[in-house]
Structures are given as structure tokens and as C-alpha cells.
Design a protein around this ligand. Structure first.
Ligand code: FMN
Length: 195
């Protein structure tokens, strides 16, 4: 069945009763995932936590960015396709149909993780910055998003791991990235594998 060009996400709802203290205490990296897909409500809350609009009237986000450049885009790679997260509309936009999960990393588990996020910086949005500053601040900004993902996952009982081991030359064309777009890191997310 063809995948829709856009997928609306339900309004994001954080896990009831979750506390920051519990999320900080239980945050960790995991590399073994169940094949169970994330339901739309969980995916919506995950993406909103990562890089959603928390002050929509001023278009500010759940994660900070240097000089409020907001140069990051979150790509979402599932068994159905690769999508880009549209935080303003809280929806996914298809960029490439098909299962590209294996191409998001160099470790075996990435092919089976239900969701692989790819954090991509559009350096063209970092006006007036030197190339050193673009590299530095886009990495820092991606780190803020990655930690939001870790904390959401800890709160929601999901596993995740942020990954620098990405074959950027292989993955960039699959995501149809423009020359100024750089993959910073990827992050695998899923329910923990059964013990
Ligand atoms: C920038 C960065 C890159 C990382 N790259 C990888 C990676 O490519 N593969 C991997 O399995 N873990 C990767 N990790 C996860 C670390 O190995 C992990 O955070 C570390 O072992 C500490 O474990 P903890 O997260 O459970 O505290 C990375 C972590 C960071 C912050």
C-alpha cells in the first residue's frame, strides 16, 4: 500500500504522572529493541518532546538553538519510509518511501529499531556564522534535541541511543538532502526488547 505524502500526528500528550526526577534517574542508552512499531500518539509525543513548538505563537521550541537559528530538522525513518517532521503542523511529510532504516547507521540493531531519528542541520539558516561556528553550534543544538529524546524515552518506557556512527554519504541522498544540509547524529528509538 502506498504511504501518504503527509501523516497528521495526534496532539502530543506526555505520559501522565511522569516526572523529570524519574526521567533523569532512568535515562540510559539501549541498543536492543522490540520490533513493535510506535503508535501515532507515542510518535507524536516523542517528536514534540524532541523539537516541537512549545510556544506556537512565537514559533519557539522544546529545545534551544544558538541565536534561535532553528537550523535543525528531524527526519524520521521507519519501516514505511523516511519523513521530515513538520513541527508547526504537527505532522510528517514523506521524503522517501520504503524501508531505509538500515541506511541510518553502521550497527546491526538500527535496521530493526522501529524509529530512527536523523538530526539534520541546514547550515544555510545560520546566517553570518563562520564555518567553525556552524559546525560547533549545530552539534550543540543537535545535542539538546537528543537529550530531550532521551528524557522523553525514559519517561515513556522507551529505549533509545544517540549515534554518531552514521554513513552520511550513503544516507544523505536517501533523505534528498540539499548541499547545505548536514547529518549531525541519528537516534534509534523503540520499546525495549523482551528480556
Ligand atoms: C555524540 C554521541 C555519539 C554517540 N555515538 C554512538 C554510536 O554511534 N553508537 C552507539 O551505540 N552509541 C553511541 N553513543 C552512546 C554512548 O555510547 C553512551 O551514551 C555512553 O556509552 C554512555 O551510556 P549511557 O548513555 O547509557 O549513559 C553516542 C553518544 C553521544 C553523546
Amino acid at each position: 500500500m502506498a504511504v501518504a505524502e503527509t501523516l497528521a500526528l495526534p496532539p502530543p500528550r506526555l505520559p501522565p504522572g511522569a516526572t523529570l526526577a524519574h526521567a533523569l534517574e532512568s535515562r540510559h542508552s539501549s541498543r536492543e529493541f522490540s520490533s513493535r512499531p510506535l503508535d501515532p500518539a507515542t510518535l507524536s509525543a516523542l517528536l514534540w518532546s524532541a523539537w516541537g513548538m512549545n510556544r506556537p505563537d512565537t514559533r519557539h521550541r522544546t529545545a534551544p538553538s544558538a541565536r534561535n537559528w532553528q537550523e535543525m530538522d528531524v527526519y524520521v525513518v521507519t519501516a514505511d519510509g523516511a519523513f521530515v517532521y513538520d513541527a508547526q503542523a504537527q505532522r510528517l511529510k514523506l521524503v522517501s518511501p520504503g524501508d531505509h532504516r538500515a541506511a541510518t547507521g553502521e550497527q546491526e540493531f538500527v535496521a530493526g529499531a522501529p524509529v530512527n531519528l536523523v538530526l539534520v542541520a541546514d547550515l544555510a539558516r545560520m546566517a553570518d556564522a563562520t564555518s567553525d561556528d556552524r559546525a560547533l553550534y549545530s552539534a550543540l543544538d543537535a545535542g539538546c534535541i537528543a537529550q530531550n529524546v532521551y528524557l522523553y524515552c525514559a519517561a515513556a518506557g522507551l529505549g533509545c541511543v544517540v549515534r554518531g556512527l552514521v554513513d552520511r554519504e550513503r544516507l544523505s541522498p536517501l533523505l534528498h538532502l540539499a548541499p547545505g544540509q548536514r547529518i549531525i547524529v541519528a537516534q534509534s528509538v523503540g520499546y525495549p526488547a523482551a528480556p
